[in-house]
Design a binder for this molecule. Sequence first.
Ligand SMILES: C[S@@+](CC[C@H](N)C(=O)[O-])C[C@H]1O[C@@H](n2cnc3c(N)ncnc32)[C@H](O)[C@@H]1O
Length: 228
Amino acid sequence: MPKKKPSQDKQQDVKEQGALGFSESYWRENYHNLDDMDGIYNARDHALYLRAVFALDQIQIRSVADFGFGPGHLFAAVLDTFKPYKCLGLEPSISAFTRAQQLLKRSGSTLLHTDLLSWCRDESQQKRFDLGLCTSVLQYLNDEELAQVLPILAQRLKYLYLTVPTSHEQQRFIDEYDFIDNYAYSRSREQYLAMLSPYFTIVSGRILESKQHFNEKNSDFTENLYRF
Ligand SMILES: C[S@@+](CC[C@H](N)C(=O)[O-])C[C@H]1O[C@@H](n2cnc3c(N)ncnc32)[C@H](O)[C@@H]1O
């Protein structure tokens, strides 16, 4: 999510659908200055943070998927850092997809122009990944979409790197930057935790562990104190 954004039109009652891709005007208005956008100016810091957290517990990350890679900076930094043998990225917005193709072409990643729910519904997607990235994307899925997506992600991933703005943060964007995201749903921290907790355990800042694959007894993460 950008740190700073210019003001937009008043929030609509009917949400625009992120799964169909954001409009060209969204990208033009909100992504013209990449220098202060989280996941872009600090993409390498995100990747180094992930490397350090997994290295501390000697957890190998050999495959990575990004669900909504946008302009692709964070995904590229993570691929560059972990050098996975298998990688997949998906992105429904055609302009972001096209832009990121350039950045990601050296990585050898499979790139799909599709949305998260479509990928989850596609039963031919049999591959499993050690690490999934989903940064500032889940706010664009409605409750029904999230209810379908989360159990599949827990099956297909061991770990999920998740950032998502809660209603509290979205209010701060409005107050401080006059920014209203017409595509985003507003959910409280408690609502997100209730949706995530059947499928994932929080094991570190932004890092979730799949309950399909791990529990308290077989987890590779030490420090039981930080399991939520
Ligand atoms: C705020 S941007 C974040 C991009 C990138 N993950 C990052 O951290 O820089 C949100 C991205 O989510 C994508 N998106 C929106 N709805 C989606 C959906 N249903 N499935 C997958 N991606 C979606 C948008 O096209 C956009 O590229």
